[in-house]
Ligand binder design. Sequence first.
Ligand SMILES: Cc1cc2nc3c(=O)[nH]c(=O)nc-3n(C[C@H](O)[C@H](O)[C@H](O)COP(=O)(O)O)c2cc1C
Ligand code: SF4
Ligand code: SF4
Length: 265
Amino acid sequence: MILYYSGTGNSEYVAKRIGNEVQDEVINLFEKIRNQDFSDLFSDRPWVIVVPTYAWRIPRIVENWLMKTKLGGSPDIYFVMTCGGSNGNAGAYLKKLCKVKGLSNQGCISITMPENYIALYSAPERAEALAIIERAEQKISDSAKSIRKGTAFSEPQVTSKDRLKSGLVNDLFYPVYVHAKKFYVTDACVSCEKCEKVCPLKNIRMENGKPKWGKQCTHCMACICRCPKEAIEYGKHTNGMVRYICPKKCKVDRTEKSSWSSSWL
Ligand SMILES: Cc1cc2nc3c(=O)[nH]c(=O)nc-3n(C[C@H](O)[C@H](O)[C@H](O)COP(=O)(O)O)c2cc1C
Ligand code: SF4
Ligand code: SF4
């Protein structure tokens, strides 16, 4: 079973591509994370977790969800991390997570996709984004091939810099950078409420037709990138900057099951 979380569509695209190649169910974790739903899941086939990289590790909201949710059936679990360039030493932390949960770690692979972190960096224009995704296709297919054959992903080379980034830098990243204080809404807002609906942490509530941000932000970039009017800014940094949503879509061959699916335990 393929489980994915995605702020701006890259991981969703990769999850669905893999789902089609291995012919397994693809499930979006958004509602489960948003509703703090930790009910047990069951799959006879290996678990495949597809997520973005946040500060050289898997997103904490996904790590937290995985820690609290029982994955029954197959003990094997693969991790596929989309990233803008590097997932550092993320695999080491996933090994620990598997040990705690009694799962058999089949490795972690990073797939370079377009950068989406517009609060700190910049995202590519559509044509460049499509070229980056094109270059990722082979690795997506190769990872699906390993999953289909039941072979573990090969161990990546990890440097001491990677260890530092996934360790100390990740620890500092959340308290220092990850907050919603710099988000604000401009007059372009048409009160459509989309930003409120796409937040995985219910961190946005509408007040007099305008979004107000709370303290639970995880910097997924969904609100700012998915606003149809580009009416959300993050400090001065995002002024005039490209909003990123994965330009390639993939239709799942098999039905995507929602959180109340009967196949769940
Ligand atoms: C909060 C945040 C932190 C990020 N940290 C990293 C990182 O450490 N390394 C990296 O290569 N990309 C990083 N990125 C880029 C994303 O991992 C990448 O664009 C990913 O494919 C986005 O996936 P999504 O569209 O499924 O949300 C970061 C993005 C965000 C929003
Ligand atoms: S998504 Fe954009 S236009 Fe819609 S309510 Fe939010 S800020 Fe306003
Ligand atoms: S407030 Fe915006 S950036 Fe923060 S978690 Fe919600 S949708 Fe993501």
